[in-house]
Design a protein around this ligand. Structure first.
Ligand SMILES: [Zn+2]
Length: 98
């Protein structure tokens, strides 16, 4: 470990909080219309607005697929009492704030 990396790690440990501290920024993200966000496909790297992905809707939820390689990018399932999001097919999601 270099002096720089140990210094950065020490600084991170001093400011470590739990996930509740991120409630504000996370609510800012999830309260928006995500269809305008830019999503990068984890499989092929194509960046495209979520609203242009292919929607393979099912009774229990939706699967949004890349409009380049058709890889599954977002899976949203409704279960009794919850919504479950699997974003593993997205390597980056960019939400404009202004
Ligand atoms: Zn793709």
């Amino acid at each position: 470990m270099t002096i720089l990396s140990s210094t950065i790690e020490a600084m991170m440990n001093e400011t470590r909080l739990d996930g509740n501290a991120a409630a504000g920024p996370l609510s800012e993200l999830f309260a928006r219309d995500i269809t305008t966000a830019l999503a990068t496909c984890a499989k092929c790297g194509r960046e495209t607005p979520v609203g242009t992905l292919f929607d393979y809707g099912q009774a229990m939820g939706v699967v949004l697929r890349c409009n380049g390689c058709e890889g599954a990018m977002l899976r949203l399932v409704r279960t009794p009492g919850s919504l479950r999001l699997d974003p593993s097919g997205v390597s980056m999601l960019i939400v404009a704030t202004g």
